[in-house]
Design a binder for this molecule. Structure first.
Ligand SMILES: [Zn+2]
Length: 111
């Protein structure tokens, strides 16, 4: 898949429903990630990492660590509808170099 232009990414983010959070048991993410939703690897009470496909359309697999002890790491929260928010933003250093925030299940693109 190719990287979609910014106007298209902003349009689809506005129109499509919020991304949801799927929780899997264990400390690793599944090999296959859903097209849009995020997957959280939770082992007992420990949240290990969250995975998603790059929302630019390139399909790159993103794995963001949530453990307190690692760097870099992200904070993940979900609202009562299960819509996830990530902090800080995600900025890919390789490939498509996408930079975005995820808030309330919506991707907010940085220009
Ligand atoms: Zn991408």
């Amino acid at each position: 898949m190719i990287r979609m232009p910014l106007w298209w990414r902003k349009l689809t983010a506005a129109i499509l429903p919020a991304r949801r959070l799927v929780v899997v048991a264990g400390d690793t993410l599944p090999d296959a990630l859903p097209a849009r939703d995020l997957v959280l690897a939770r082992d007992d009470d420990d949240d290990w990492s969250v995975g998603m496909r790059c929302p630019c359309g390139c399909g790159q697999r993103l794995e963001l660590m949530l453990l307190k002890e690692v760097k870099p790491r992200w904070d993940l929260t979900a609202d009562r509808h299960g819509a996830p928010t990530l902090s800080p933003s995600v900025w890919l250093r390789q490939g498509c170099r996408s930079h975005f925030w995820l808030r309330g299940g919506k991707v907010i693109w940085c220009d």
